[in-house]
Design a protein around this ligand. Structure first.
Ligand SMILES: Nc1ncnc2c1ncn2[C@@H]1O[C@H](COP(=O)(O)OP(=O)(O)O)[C@@H](O)[C@H]1O
Ligand SMILES: [Mg+2]
Length: 273
């Protein structure tokens, strides 16, 4: 256990823009650099982190939620010692979890072992349970494509988060599938201008990720892109993202593993009960 316990939530307004790709590859890259990394697949509707990592878990997060298994029993090891808490496809969407299940979620997160970095992949959109998870993170990375509906939906999630918590230091935009970093920077400028004007919120720019056919090939092979094609555009972009992420301040002040994450989740959840 180190002092830098960073909790990063990966979000998007619209589905299919690259959240899971980003979460999985970022996690694998951090793990390859010796960071004790844990990936929580919080997209219970469409869980596919395990597919991208080439793992076939016997049990999933759903078994933890239902009280059948502990987190330790469900957690599996992936490439570079990355630990994955797998989601369960199609069991129930995080968006539709009951209060009891949300409490189960909080309990299960409280059982997570200590780590350097916790990456939380989430479902698309602004449902209460998704924003609950994101609010409990130190940082929120909003993945966006250069496409009007993705940009509009990214603004939507930025708006909801900024109204719920102080996001001045924590909100980052990550343009994905861009043709150049210049294009990525322009997407950030556009979103930041609108957020400054209408929400009085500043959004940070981390980096951007270029379109690369190795993403699909690596996914099919179940291998992280940094291992599948180490000298590809995408691998270098993922490594750049990982360095940026490691520079982010951890907001976690509470000792005892990632207990703080659970506490924050509890606080958020109790507000709705
Ligand atoms: N940088 C990229 N270059 C090429 N294809 C990408 C890139 N990022 C994501 N994709 C592809 O886009 C699709 C959606 O990605 P995914 O990570 O599953 O999105 P989400 O989790 O937001 O629904 C996948 O087929 C993935 O391979
Ligand atoms: Mg996904």
């Amino acid at each position: 256990m180190t002092t830098n316990r960073l909790v990063i939530g990966v979000a998007s307004g619209k589905g299919g823009v690259g959240k899971t790709t980003t979460a999985v590859n970022l996690a694998a890259c951090l793990a390859s650099q010796g960071k004790d990394t844990l990936l929580l697949d919080g997209d219970l509707g469409l869980s596919n982190a395990q597919i991208l990592l080439g793992c076939s878990p016997k049990f999933t997060f759903a078994d933890v939620l239902s009280g059948q298994k502990t987190v330790e029993e469900v957690m599996i090891s992936g490439p570079h010692g990355l630990r994955l808490l797998p989601g369960a496809s199609g069991v129930s969407e995080l968006a539709s979890l009951s209060h009891a299940e949300v409490r189960g979620l909080i309990n299960s997160v409280s059982q997570l072992p200590p780590c350097d970095v916790l990456i939380v992949d989430t479902a698309a959109g602004v449902s209460h349970n998704v924003t609950l998870l994101l609010q409990a993170c130190d940082h929120q990375i909003v993945v966006v494509e250069n496409e009007p509906s993705s940009i509009a939906d990214a603004y939507g999630i930025i708006k909801v988060l900024s109204q719920a918590i102080d996001v001045s230091q924590s909100l980052h935009v990550l343009p994905n599938r861009v043709s150049s970093h210049k294009e990525g920077a322009a997407i950030h400028r556009l979103l930041n201008d609108v957020a400054m004007k209408f929400l009085d919120v500043n959004i940070n720019y981390l980096s951007s990720i270029r379109e690369d056919s190795n993403v699909v090939k690596a996914a099919r092979a179940g291998i992280p892109v940094i291992d599948f094609a180490p000298s590809s555009l995408i691998a270098s972009d993922v490594r750049a993202l990982a360095s940026k992420v490691l520079e982010l301040p951890s907001a976690s002040r509470v000792s005892g593993g990632i207990q703080f994450f659970m506490e924050r989740l509890s606080d958020q959840a109790s507000e709705r009960v």
